[in-house]
Design a protein around this ligand. Sequence first.
Ligand SMILES: Nc1nc2c(ncn2[C@@H]2O[C@H](COP(=O)(O)OP(=O)(O)OP(=O)(O)O)[C@@H](O)[C@H]2O)c(=O)[nH]1
Length: 326
Amino acid sequence: MGGMNASSAPAGDTEDRAPGDAPHRSGFACFVGRPNAGKSTLTNALVGTKVAITSNRPQTTRHTVRGIVHRPEAQLVLVDTPGLHKPRTLLGERLNDVVRTTWSEVDIVGFCLPADQKLGPGDRFIAAELAGLKKRTPKVAVITKSDLVPGDVLAAQLMAVDRLGKELGIEWAEIIPVSATEGSQVGLLGDLLVPLLPEGPPLYPDGDLTDEPEQVMVAELIREAALEGVRDELPHSIAVVVEEMLPREDRPADRPLLDVHANIFIERPSQKGIVIGPKGRRLKEVGSASRKHIEALLGTPVYLDLHVKVAKDWQRDPKQLRRLGF
Ligand SMILES: Nc1nc2c(ncn2[C@@H]2O[C@H](COP(=O)(O)OP(=O)(O)OP(=O)(O)O)[C@@H](O)[C@H]2O)c(=O)[nH]1
């Protein structure tokens, strides 16, 4: 949702103190690593749901929220970045710049390295980039797929990663083996990440905590559908807020229906036509495309009520602005 900077919001808001006096912490983390390293599976395991929002549009996934880990004392928002590749073209270099920017905006970078594969040039390339990242961003080495190797191989991998860090001048905040598929050490990884977050209130403050990740994900699905095909015409600053998700009353138990009310916010009135389209056709398409995804996500039939609004009126309301990710 592009709200990265919210993590640097003033800390120590006493109203947000968690029980036990520990300050509430919140912020963003992203997992990096070569393809197939296990990033998505780990994200899902941490969040505790099988949902992973994907998009065929790397440019818009730059800040896509992949999942939110809610704890009484912390909120960890896992965001996606496009993959980092050895650049062969100018475009490749530009994309890598985008990745570096994202890395520099998050509070924690988790570097995923599969236990069952020797460190390779791909890992070294990413590690060298990590070494160039500002020092105060904690870097956590996550040895994924620990279930695939015996203990001695795992130990050797841990040492190899430790050495790699020393070689390149990276100070790992932690090196931890996990198995996302077996659920082994996933909770511990969460425990280790939380203290690395800055102090701050929850970044998604409104609504029921348990509903919130769903609402955020639903908003992302709508946003992705709304950007589909109009990327060139619309800037990235389109925001979606799910106002309400309520089961329709008076429905038989075997035929539930969920009412979802959402607003698509644009920055200027002139953008309204683009989102709505001639005779409202585009908005209809956005609605039916995202409704299918939402139904798949939530496993229930959905009635989707979409409105397009100009965010101008909201600019003086900091709370709304934060929700909108501006
Ligand atoms: N045995 C085992 N397999 C795993 C584990 N985590 C992921 N995998 C498998 O490894 C493969 C890649 O996992 P993904 O989570 O898709 O990897 P990724 O890093 O997100 O991949 P890209 O999207 O290509 O970058 C899948 O077949 C997973 O099932 C694990 O902990 N144990």
